[in-house]
Design a protein around this ligand. Structure first.
Ligand code: C2O
Ligand code: CU
Ligand code: CU
Length: 470
Protein backbone atom coordinates (compact mmCIF):
# COMPACT_ATOMS: atom_id res chain seq x y z
CA UNK A 1 0.00 0.00 0.00
CA UNK A 2 1.24 3.48 -0.76
CA UNK A 3 1.70 5.88 2.06
CA UNK A 4 -1.19 8.09 1.00
CA UNK A 5 -3.71 5.27 1.02
CA UNK A 6 -2.37 4.06 4.28
CA UNK A 7 -2.86 7.44 5.83
CA UNK A 8 -6.41 7.64 4.59
CA UNK A 9 -7.20 4.34 6.18
CA UNK A 10 -5.41 5.38 9.34
CA UNK A 11 -7.13 8.70 9.52
CA UNK A 12 -10.06 7.07 11.24
CA UNK A 13 -7.94 4.75 13.38
CA UNK A 14 -8.61 6.47 16.72
CA UNK A 15 -12.32 6.12 16.08
CA UNK A 16 -11.86 2.36 15.94
CA UNK A 17 -11.07 2.24 19.63
CA UNK A 18 -14.46 1.04 20.73
CA UNK A 19 -15.60 -0.77 17.61
CA UNK A 20 -14.77 -4.11 16.05
CA UNK A 21 -12.35 -4.33 13.16
CA UNK A 22 -13.77 -5.50 9.87
CA UNK A 23 -11.83 -8.76 9.79
CA UNK A 24 -13.50 -11.07 12.28
CA UNK A 25 -12.32 -14.36 10.79
CA UNK A 26 -8.58 -13.86 11.10
CA UNK A 27 -7.26 -15.74 14.11
CA UNK A 28 -4.98 -13.72 16.38
CA UNK A 29 -1.35 -14.63 16.80
CA UNK A 30 -0.85 -16.36 20.14
CA UNK A 31 1.83 -15.41 22.60
CA UNK A 32 2.40 -17.44 25.75
CA UNK A 33 3.97 -16.02 28.91
CA UNK A 34 5.36 -18.87 31.01
CA UNK A 35 8.31 -19.94 33.14
CA UNK A 36 11.16 -21.53 31.17
CA UNK A 37 14.78 -22.57 31.60
CA UNK A 38 16.97 -21.00 28.94
CA UNK A 39 20.64 -20.41 28.17
CA UNK A 40 20.70 -16.78 29.23
CA UNK A 41 23.24 -14.49 30.94
CA UNK A 42 25.97 -17.09 30.71
CA UNK A 43 23.98 -19.81 32.50
CA UNK A 44 23.26 -23.15 30.84
CA UNK A 45 19.63 -23.17 31.99
CA UNK A 46 18.54 -20.04 33.81
CA UNK A 47 15.01 -20.19 35.25
CA UNK A 48 13.30 -17.20 33.64
CA UNK A 49 9.85 -16.00 32.68
CA UNK A 50 9.56 -15.80 28.93
CA UNK A 51 7.29 -15.00 26.00
CA UNK A 52 7.05 -18.04 23.71
CA UNK A 53 9.96 -19.66 25.60
CA UNK A 54 12.42 -17.05 24.26
CA UNK A 55 14.51 -14.40 25.99
CA UNK A 56 14.09 -11.80 24.70
CA UNK A 57 10.57 -12.50 23.48
CA UNK A 58 9.92 -12.93 19.75
CA UNK A 59 10.56 -9.91 17.54
CA UNK A 60 7.13 -8.85 16.30
CA UNK A 61 7.25 -7.20 12.87
CA UNK A 62 4.41 -5.42 11.14
CA UNK A 63 3.96 -2.97 8.32
CA UNK A 64 2.98 0.53 9.22
CA UNK A 65 -0.81 0.74 9.33
CA UNK A 66 -1.19 -3.00 9.93
CA UNK A 67 -3.32 -4.32 12.75
CA UNK A 68 -1.55 -6.05 15.62
CA UNK A 69 -3.86 -8.86 16.69
CA UNK A 70 -2.37 -10.98 19.40
CA UNK A 71 -3.77 -13.14 22.17
CA UNK A 72 -1.76 -13.26 25.35
CA UNK A 73 -1.98 -16.55 27.25
CA UNK A 74 -0.83 -16.31 30.84
CA UNK A 75 0.85 -19.45 32.15
CA UNK A 76 2.78 -17.55 34.80
CA UNK A 77 2.12 -18.03 38.51
CA UNK A 78 1.17 -14.32 38.70
CA UNK A 79 -1.30 -12.09 36.87
CA UNK A 80 0.16 -10.05 34.00
CA UNK A 81 -0.60 -7.67 31.12
CA UNK A 82 1.27 -6.43 28.04
CA UNK A 83 2.07 -2.77 27.54
CA UNK A 84 3.06 -1.70 24.00
CA UNK A 85 5.70 0.83 24.84
CA UNK A 86 5.64 3.92 22.63
CA UNK A 87 2.67 2.95 20.48
CA UNK A 88 -0.12 5.48 20.04
CA UNK A 89 -2.97 3.06 20.56
CA UNK A 90 -6.53 3.06 21.89
CA UNK A 91 -6.57 3.36 25.68
CA UNK A 92 -8.16 -0.04 26.25
CA UNK A 93 -5.11 -1.73 24.64
CA UNK A 94 -2.48 0.04 26.75
CA UNK A 95 -2.06 -2.82 29.22
CA UNK A 96 -2.21 -0.88 32.49
CA UNK A 97 -3.94 -3.07 35.11
CA UNK A 98 -6.79 -1.54 37.06
CA UNK A 99 -6.78 1.45 34.71
CA UNK A 100 -7.18 0.28 31.11
CA UNK A 101 -7.87 -3.43 31.63
CA UNK A 102 -8.21 -6.08 34.30
CA UNK A 103 -5.12 -8.09 35.14
CA UNK A 104 -4.84 -11.29 33.08
CA UNK A 105 -5.05 -14.02 35.72
CA UNK A 106 -2.89 -17.16 35.61
CA UNK A 107 -4.55 -19.49 33.08
CA UNK A 108 -6.48 -16.65 31.45
CA UNK A 109 -5.93 -14.86 28.15
CA UNK A 110 -6.46 -11.40 26.67
CA UNK A 111 -6.68 -10.30 23.07
CA UNK A 112 -4.81 -7.16 22.05
CA UNK A 113 -5.91 -5.67 18.77
CA UNK A 114 -5.08 -2.25 17.39
CA UNK A 115 -3.67 -0.47 14.33
CA UNK A 116 -0.02 0.58 14.31
CA UNK A 117 0.06 4.22 13.23
CA UNK A 118 3.81 4.94 13.31
CA UNK A 119 6.83 3.14 11.87
CA UNK A 120 9.77 2.58 14.20
CA UNK A 121 11.38 0.49 16.92
CA UNK A 122 9.10 -0.17 19.89
CA UNK A 123 8.91 -2.84 22.55
CA UNK A 124 6.45 -4.74 24.71
CA UNK A 125 6.58 -5.76 28.34
CA UNK A 126 4.27 -6.50 31.30
CA UNK A 127 2.86 -3.58 33.26
CA UNK A 128 2.02 -5.49 36.41
CA UNK A 129 4.59 -6.58 38.95
CA UNK A 130 6.65 -4.84 36.28
CA UNK A 131 9.91 -4.72 38.13
CA UNK A 132 9.89 -8.47 38.78
CA UNK A 133 8.29 -9.61 35.52
CA UNK A 134 10.49 -7.58 33.19
CA UNK A 135 13.55 -8.54 35.21
CA UNK A 136 12.73 -12.23 34.95
CA UNK A 137 12.85 -11.95 31.16
CA UNK A 138 9.48 -10.74 29.88
CA UNK A 139 10.36 -8.20 27.20
CA UNK A 140 10.40 -8.22 23.41
CA UNK A 141 10.87 -5.87 20.49
CA UNK A 142 8.04 -4.63 18.27
CA UNK A 143 9.10 -3.31 14.90
CA UNK A 144 6.82 -1.33 12.65
CA UNK A 145 8.29 -1.17 9.15
CA UNK A 146 8.17 2.03 7.22
CA UNK A 147 6.88 1.89 3.62
CA UNK A 148 10.26 3.10 2.37
CA UNK A 149 12.89 2.32 5.00
CA UNK A 150 16.51 3.29 4.39
CA UNK A 151 17.91 0.38 2.35
CA UNK A 152 20.19 -1.98 4.32
CA UNK A 153 21.59 -5.48 3.92
CA UNK A 154 20.79 -6.55 7.45
CA UNK A 155 18.37 -5.38 10.15
CA UNK A 156 19.78 -6.22 13.60
CA UNK A 157 17.76 -6.02 16.80
CA UNK A 158 19.78 -5.82 20.02
CA UNK A 159 17.93 -5.77 23.32
CA UNK A 160 20.12 -4.61 26.19
CA UNK A 161 19.50 -6.03 29.65
CA UNK A 162 21.25 -6.77 32.91
CA UNK A 163 20.79 -9.64 35.35
CA UNK A 164 21.31 -9.90 39.08
CA UNK A 165 22.31 -13.47 39.79
CA UNK A 166 23.04 -15.10 43.14
CA UNK A 167 25.91 -17.48 43.95
CA UNK A 168 23.91 -20.40 42.55
CA UNK A 169 23.50 -18.63 39.21
CA UNK A 170 19.80 -17.92 39.73
CA UNK A 171 17.97 -14.60 39.45
CA UNK A 172 18.07 -13.05 42.92
CA UNK A 173 14.52 -12.55 44.03
CA UNK A 174 15.11 -9.49 46.20
CA UNK A 175 12.65 -7.49 44.10
CA UNK A 176 11.49 -4.14 45.47
CA UNK A 177 14.09 -4.06 48.22
CA UNK A 178 14.21 -0.63 49.76
CA UNK A 179 17.77 0.13 48.72
CA UNK A 180 17.01 -0.42 45.03
CA UNK A 181 13.74 1.49 45.23
CA UNK A 182 15.23 4.56 46.93
CA UNK A 183 18.53 4.67 44.99
CA UNK A 184 19.29 3.98 41.32
CA UNK A 185 16.95 0.99 40.92
CA UNK A 186 17.75 -2.69 40.38
CA UNK A 187 21.09 -3.18 38.66
CA UNK A 188 22.37 -6.57 37.60
CA UNK A 189 26.03 -7.47 37.44
CA UNK A 190 25.66 -9.48 34.20
CA UNK A 191 25.11 -7.39 31.07
CA UNK A 192 23.64 -9.06 28.02
CA UNK A 193 22.58 -8.34 24.46
CA UNK A 194 19.68 -10.56 23.39
CA UNK A 195 20.28 -12.55 26.57
CA UNK A 196 23.93 -13.29 25.67
CA UNK A 197 26.94 -12.03 27.64
CA UNK A 198 29.30 -11.36 24.71
CA UNK A 199 27.28 -11.41 21.54
CA UNK A 200 29.33 -11.30 18.33
CA UNK A 201 27.63 -10.57 15.04
CA UNK A 202 29.53 -11.60 11.91
CA UNK A 203 29.39 -9.23 8.91
CA UNK A 204 30.85 -9.17 5.40
CA UNK A 205 32.68 -6.03 4.45
CA UNK A 206 30.55 -3.80 2.27
CA UNK A 207 27.38 -4.56 4.20
CA UNK A 208 25.25 -1.70 5.46
CA UNK A 209 23.33 -2.69 8.59
CA UNK A 210 20.59 -1.16 10.62
CA UNK A 211 21.11 -1.66 14.34
CA UNK A 212 18.08 -1.25 16.59
CA UNK A 213 19.03 -0.90 20.26
CA UNK A 214 16.40 -1.30 22.96
CA UNK A 215 17.12 -0.70 26.63
CA UNK A 216 15.03 -3.29 28.50
CA UNK A 217 16.98 -2.99 31.75
CA UNK A 218 14.93 -2.21 34.82
CA UNK A 219 17.15 0.66 35.83
CA UNK A 220 20.47 0.76 33.98
CA UNK A 221 21.32 3.79 31.88
CA UNK A 222 23.84 3.14 29.13
CA UNK A 223 26.33 5.63 27.71
CA UNK A 224 26.90 3.89 24.41
CA UNK A 225 30.15 4.13 22.47
CA UNK A 226 30.98 2.67 19.11
CA UNK A 227 34.16 3.37 17.17
CA UNK A 228 35.98 2.22 14.08
CA UNK A 229 33.17 2.10 11.50
CA UNK A 230 31.00 4.88 10.10
CA UNK A 231 27.77 4.94 12.11
CA UNK A 232 24.80 7.30 12.08
CA UNK A 233 21.88 7.76 14.43
CA UNK A 234 18.66 7.73 12.39
CA UNK A 235 15.88 7.38 14.98
CA UNK A 236 15.18 7.58 18.71
CA UNK A 237 12.20 6.13 20.52
CA UNK A 238 11.01 4.93 17.13
CA UNK A 239 10.84 8.38 15.62
CA UNK A 240 13.12 9.22 12.69
CA UNK A 241 15.68 11.99 13.03
CA UNK A 242 15.40 14.86 10.55
CA UNK A 243 18.78 13.80 9.15
CA UNK A 244 21.31 11.10 9.97
CA UNK A 245 23.59 12.20 12.82
CA UNK A 246 27.11 10.72 12.93
CA UNK A 247 27.59 8.67 16.11
CA UNK A 248 30.39 10.38 18.00
CA UNK A 249 31.09 10.02 21.68
CA UNK A 250 28.60 8.70 24.21
CA UNK A 251 24.94 8.28 23.52
CA UNK A 252 22.77 8.08 26.65
CA UNK A 253 20.06 5.45 26.53
CA UNK A 254 17.81 5.25 29.58
CA UNK A 255 15.50 2.35 30.48
CA UNK A 256 12.68 1.98 27.96
CA UNK A 257 14.41 4.05 25.29
CA UNK A 258 15.44 2.93 21.81
CA UNK A 259 17.86 4.19 19.20
CA UNK A 260 18.39 3.07 15.61
CA UNK A 261 21.71 3.31 13.79
CA UNK A 262 23.02 2.68 10.31
CA UNK A 263 26.53 1.22 10.30
CA UNK A 264 28.75 0.61 7.26
CA UNK A 265 31.04 -2.41 7.60
CA UNK A 266 33.86 -0.82 5.63
CA UNK A 267 36.86 -2.63 6.99
CA UNK A 268 37.74 -5.95 8.56
CA UNK A 269 38.10 -6.18 12.32
CA UNK A 270 36.23 -6.43 15.55
CA UNK A 271 34.23 -3.39 16.63
CA UNK A 272 32.72 -3.25 20.08
CA UNK A 273 29.62 -1.63 21.42
CA UNK A 274 30.71 -0.30 24.79
CA UNK A 275 28.97 1.22 27.79
CA UNK A 276 30.68 4.05 29.66
CA UNK A 277 28.02 5.21 32.10
CA UNK A 278 29.40 6.05 35.54
CA UNK A 279 32.80 4.62 36.33
CA UNK A 280 34.74 2.36 34.02
CA UNK A 281 33.55 0.96 30.74
CA UNK A 282 32.57 -2.42 29.45
CA UNK A 283 31.99 -4.19 26.20
CA UNK A 284 28.39 -5.19 25.50
CA UNK A 285 28.66 -6.89 22.10
CA UNK A 286 30.69 -6.71 18.92
CA UNK A 287 30.46 -6.60 15.15
CA UNK A 288 33.09 -8.79 13.51
CA UNK A 289 33.73 -7.83 9.91
CA UNK A 290 35.51 -10.03 7.36
CA UNK A 291 36.59 -9.16 3.85
CA UNK A 292 38.54 -6.43 2.06
CA UNK A 293 38.45 -2.77 2.94
CA UNK A 294 35.74 -0.81 1.09
CA UNK A 295 35.26 2.80 0.03
CA UNK A 296 33.13 5.06 2.18
CA UNK A 297 29.49 5.48 1.20
CA UNK A 298 27.28 8.53 1.40
CA UNK A 299 25.38 9.04 4.66
CA UNK A 300 22.01 7.29 4.80
CA UNK A 301 18.73 9.13 4.93
CA UNK A 302 16.34 8.36 7.81
CA UNK A 303 12.84 7.31 6.82
CA UNK A 304 10.61 10.26 6.17
CA UNK A 305 7.42 10.26 8.14
CA UNK A 306 4.13 11.98 8.27
CA UNK A 307 4.38 14.74 10.84
CA UNK A 308 2.63 14.15 14.14
CA UNK A 309 0.09 16.71 15.29
CA UNK A 310 2.09 19.82 16.13
CA UNK A 311 1.59 21.17 19.66
CA UNK A 312 0.28 24.73 19.77
CA UNK A 313 2.62 26.21 22.35
CA UNK A 314 0.82 29.52 22.66
CA UNK A 315 -2.55 27.93 23.49
CA UNK A 316 -1.21 24.98 25.49
CA UNK A 317 -2.20 24.02 29.02
CA UNK A 318 0.85 24.27 31.24
CA UNK A 319 1.70 21.70 33.92
CA UNK A 320 4.75 21.16 36.04
CA UNK A 321 5.69 17.88 37.66
CA UNK A 322 8.16 18.14 40.50
CA UNK A 323 10.05 14.96 41.22
CA UNK A 324 10.84 14.54 44.91
CA UNK A 325 12.12 12.04 47.45
CA UNK A 326 14.73 9.34 46.99
CA UNK A 327 17.94 8.72 48.88
CA UNK A 328 20.31 11.61 49.64
CA UNK A 329 17.51 14.11 49.57
CA UNK A 330 15.24 15.49 52.26
CA UNK A 331 12.68 17.09 50.04
CA UNK A 332 9.53 15.54 48.68
CA UNK A 333 9.45 12.24 50.57
CA UNK A 334 6.01 10.64 50.70
CA UNK A 335 3.94 11.42 53.75
CA UNK A 336 2.61 8.27 55.35
CA UNK A 337 0.62 8.35 58.55
CA UNK A 338 1.93 6.20 61.38
CA UNK A 339 -1.04 3.88 60.96
CA UNK A 340 -0.42 3.53 57.23
CA UNK A 341 3.25 2.86 57.77
CA UNK A 342 2.57 0.20 60.42
CA UNK A 343 -0.05 -1.51 58.25
CA UNK A 344 2.38 -1.56 55.33
CA UNK A 345 5.17 -2.98 57.49
CA UNK A 346 2.90 -5.77 58.67
CA UNK A 347 1.91 -6.66 55.11
CA UNK A 348 5.56 -6.59 54.05
CA UNK A 349 6.55 -8.83 56.97
CA UNK A 350 3.78 -11.22 55.96
CA UNK A 351 5.49 -11.53 52.56
CA UNK A 352 3.68 -8.98 50.39
CA UNK A 353 6.04 -7.73 47.72
CA UNK A 354 4.84 -4.17 47.93
CA UNK A 355 7.57 -1.57 47.86
CA UNK A 356 8.05 1.14 50.43
CA UNK A 357 7.03 4.58 49.13
CA UNK A 358 10.15 6.62 48.41
CA UNK A 359 9.29 9.08 45.62
CA UNK A 360 6.70 11.70 44.82
CA UNK A 361 5.39 13.70 41.90
CA UNK A 362 4.06 17.04 43.12
CA UNK A 363 4.13 15.66 46.64
CA UNK A 364 2.13 12.52 45.90
CA UNK A 365 3.42 8.95 45.79
CA UNK A 366 1.59 6.81 43.25
CA UNK A 367 1.53 3.39 44.89
CA UNK A 368 -0.17 0.00 44.56
CA UNK A 369 -0.10 0.01 40.79
CA UNK A 370 -1.04 -3.58 40.37
CA UNK A 371 -4.41 -3.23 41.96
CA UNK A 372 -5.44 0.33 42.06
CA UNK A 373 -4.13 2.66 39.38
CA UNK A 374 -7.67 3.90 38.98
CA UNK A 375 -7.81 4.95 42.63
CA UNK A 376 -5.32 7.72 41.89
CA UNK A 377 -6.79 11.04 40.89
CA UNK A 378 -5.66 12.37 37.52
CA UNK A 379 -2.83 14.85 37.94
CA UNK A 380 -4.48 16.94 35.23
CA UNK A 381 -7.34 16.68 32.77
CA UNK A 382 -7.21 18.02 29.28
CA UNK A 383 -9.91 18.28 26.61
CA UNK A 384 -9.11 16.12 23.60
CA UNK A 385 -7.11 17.98 20.98
CA UNK A 386 -5.65 20.53 23.36
CA UNK A 387 -1.88 20.96 23.54
CA UNK A 388 -0.01 20.43 26.79
CA UNK A 389 3.33 21.83 27.92
CA UNK A 390 4.77 19.67 30.64
CA UNK A 391 7.81 20.38 32.77
CA UNK A 392 9.74 17.70 34.63
CA UNK A 393 11.54 19.34 37.51
CA UNK A 394 13.98 16.88 39.07
CA UNK A 395 14.51 17.86 42.70
CA UNK A 396 16.11 14.49 43.51
CA UNK A 397 19.67 13.19 43.49
CA UNK A 398 18.95 10.56 40.80
CA UNK A 399 18.38 10.18 37.07
CA UNK A 400 14.83 9.55 35.88
CA UNK A 401 13.79 8.45 32.37
CA UNK A 402 10.28 9.92 32.31
CA UNK A 403 7.88 8.12 30.01
CA UNK A 404 4.45 9.15 28.72
CA UNK A 405 1.85 6.62 27.60
CA UNK A 406 -0.26 6.94 24.45
CA UNK A 407 1.42 10.02 23.00
CA UNK A 408 4.69 11.21 21.55
CA UNK A 409 6.04 14.53 22.75
CA UNK A 410 8.53 17.09 21.55
CA UNK A 411 11.39 17.95 23.89
CA UNK A 412 11.41 21.75 23.95
CA UNK A 413 14.15 22.66 26.38
CA UNK A 414 16.55 21.49 29.06
CA UNK A 415 17.38 23.83 31.95
CA UNK A 416 15.97 26.75 30.01
CA UNK A 417 18.13 25.97 26.97
CA UNK A 418 15.93 25.48 23.92
CA UNK A 419 16.60 22.40 21.79
CA UNK A 420 16.38 23.77 18.25
CA UNK A 421 15.41 20.47 16.63
CA UNK A 422 12.71 19.78 19.27
CA UNK A 423 13.04 16.02 18.89
CA UNK A 424 10.07 13.68 19.20
CA UNK A 425 10.31 11.11 22.00
CA UNK A 426 8.18 8.95 24.26
CA UNK A 427 10.69 9.11 27.12
CA UNK A 428 13.16 11.73 28.26
CA UNK A 429 16.11 11.37 30.62
CA UNK A 430 16.04 13.93 33.39
CA UNK A 431 19.39 14.24 35.20
CA UNK A 432 19.60 15.20 38.90
CA UNK A 433 18.62 18.85 39.26
CA UNK A 434 17.49 19.13 35.64
CA UNK A 435 14.34 20.77 34.40
CA UNK A 436 13.05 19.54 31.05
CA UNK A 437 10.05 20.88 29.15
CA UNK A 438 8.11 18.78 26.65
CA UNK A 439 4.94 19.41 24.64
CA UNK A 440 2.34 17.26 22.94
CA UNK A 441 -1.17 17.31 21.57
CA UNK A 442 -3.46 15.39 23.92
CA UNK A 443 -5.39 13.76 21.11
CA UNK A 444 -5.83 10.24 22.50
CA UNK A 445 -8.80 9.94 24.88
CA UNK A 446 -8.51 8.02 28.12
CA UNK A 447 -6.40 7.76 31.25
CA UNK A 448 -2.65 7.61 30.59
CA UNK A 449 0.35 7.08 32.82
CA UNK A 450 3.36 9.31 33.15
CA UNK A 451 6.11 7.56 35.08
CA UNK A 452 9.77 7.01 35.61
CA UNK A 453 10.94 3.95 33.65
CA UNK A 454 13.38 2.96 36.36
CA UNK A 455 10.89 0.28 37.30
CA UNK A 456 11.73 0.36 41.00
CA UNK A 457 11.23 4.14 41.07
CA UNK A 458 7.77 3.77 39.57
CA UNK A 459 7.01 1.00 42.06
CA UNK A 460 8.16 3.34 44.85
CA UNK A 461 5.76 6.09 43.81
CA UNK A 462 7.33 7.98 40.87
CA UNK A 463 4.37 8.11 38.54
CA UNK A 464 1.01 9.68 37.97
CA UNK A 465 -1.74 9.76 35.39
CA UNK A 466 -3.63 12.28 33.32
CA UNK A 467 -6.96 12.18 31.56
CA UNK A 468 -7.67 13.17 27.98
CA UNK A 469 -11.39 13.91 27.93
CA UNK A 470 -13.77 13.30 25.08
CU1 C2O B 1 7.51 0.80 29.09
CU2 C2O B 1 4.58 2.39 31.47
O1 C2O B 1 6.04 1.66 30.27
CU1 CU C 1 1.64 3.64 38.45
CU1 CU D 1 13.37 7.37 38.37
Amino acid sequence: MKRRHLLQSLACAPALAGTAFAQPLVAPRRIVAAPAELPVAGQAALPVWAYDAQVPGPVLRYRRGAVLDLELHNRLPDPTTIHWHGIRLPNGMDGVPGLTQDPVAPGASFRYRFALPDAGTYWYHPHLGTSEQVDRGLAGVLIVEDDEPPPVDLDLVWLLDDWRLNAQGRIRDDFYNFHDVAHAGRMGQHLTVNGQPALVQALESGQRVRLRLVNASNARIYALMFEGLPAWLIARDGMPAASAVPWKGELLLGPGMRCDFIIDALRPGRFELRDRFGRGQRSLAALEVRGPERAARPAPRPASYEPLPEPDLAQAMVHALRLGGGAMNREGWPQESTAEREARRLRQQAGSREPTPAWTLNGHAHMSHDRAHASHAAEFRVPRGRSVRLTFDNATAWWHPMHLHGHHFRVLSRNGQALPERPWRDSVLVAPGDRVEVAFVADNPGYWLIHCHVLEHHAGGLGTLFEVQG
